[in-house]
Design a protein around this ligand. Structure first.
Ligand code: FES
Ligand code: FES
Length: 178
C-alpha cells in the first residue's frame, strides 16, 4: 500500500516551536511522543478511554490519542511539564505532592493537565452532569462531587482517586472555587 502524503505541522509544545512532517493520520500524542520525543505525555489505552494522554491545546483539555495533529497546525500544546517545573511547581502539582496523590505516577501527567482544564472550565461557567444549579453558572463550585465527575475521564490503575480528589479540593479552596 502506498504511504499517505505527508503534511507539515507546526506545534508549539510547552513554549517551544516544532515543525514536523507527518502522515495526516498521526495523533497529537504520537506526534509529541514518537516524533518530538516528549515523553511527558503518556500512552495508556490509545483508544480514548483512560485519559493518560490528556494535554491542553490552546488552554482546553483534549484526549491527544484521539485527535489528529494535522488538525492542530499552529496550536499551543501544554503538557504537565509546561505547567510548572521541579523548582517551581504549579499549585496543582504541589497539591498532588502534598496529598500523596500518586503511586506509580503513570496517570499523573494526564491528571494534572485534566485538572488544569477542569479549573478553567469551572471558572468559565461550564456545568457538569452533577451541577445542581445551572441558573448562575458564574458560581460553579468545585465540590468533591463536581471534582469526581469532572475528572472521571482520567483513570488511575493504582486507585489514587481519594488523594487526587483531596489534592484538587485543596486547590479549589485556595483558588476560591470550592
Ligand atoms: S491513551 Fe488516550 S485516552 Fe488512553
Ligand atoms: S498513580 Fe499509578 S496509574 Fe495512577
Amino acid at each position: 500500500m502506498p504511504s499517505a502524503q505527508q503534511v507539515s505541522v507546526r506545534l508549539i509544545v510547552d513554549g517551544q516551536e516544532h515543525h514536523v512532517e507527518l502522515d495526516p493520520r498521526v495523533s497529537v500524542m504520537d506526534a509529541i511522543r514518537d516524533r518530538l520525543g516528549i515523553t511527558t505525555v503518556k500512552k495508556g489505552c490509545d483508544h480514548g478511554q483512560c485519559g493518560a494522554c490528556t494535554v491542553l491545546v490552546d488552554g482546553r483539555r483534549i484526549i491527544s490519542c484521539l485527535t489528529l495533529a494535522a488538525s492542530y497546525d499552529g496550536a499551543q500544546v501544554t503538557t504537565a511539564a509546561g505547567l510548572g517545573s521541579t523548582d517551581q511547581l504549579s499549585d496543582i502539582q504541589a497539591a498532588f505532592v502534598d496529598r500523596d496523590a500518586l503511586q506509580c505516577g503513570y496517570c499523573t501527567p494526564g491528571q494534572i493537565c485534566s485538572a488544569a482544564g477542569m479549573f478553567a472550565e469551572a471558572e468559565a461557567g461550564m456545568p457538569s452532569h452533577v451541577t445542581a444549579d445551572v441558573s448562575d453558572l458564574q458560581k460553579v463550585r468545585l465540590t468533591p462531587e463536581e471534582i469526581s465527575e469532572r475528572m472521571s475521564g482520567n483513570l488511575c490503575r493504582c486507585g489514587a482517586y481519594a488523594h487526587i480528589r483531596e489534592a484538587l479540593t485543596d486547590v479549589a479552596q485556595e483558588r476560591g472555587q470550592a
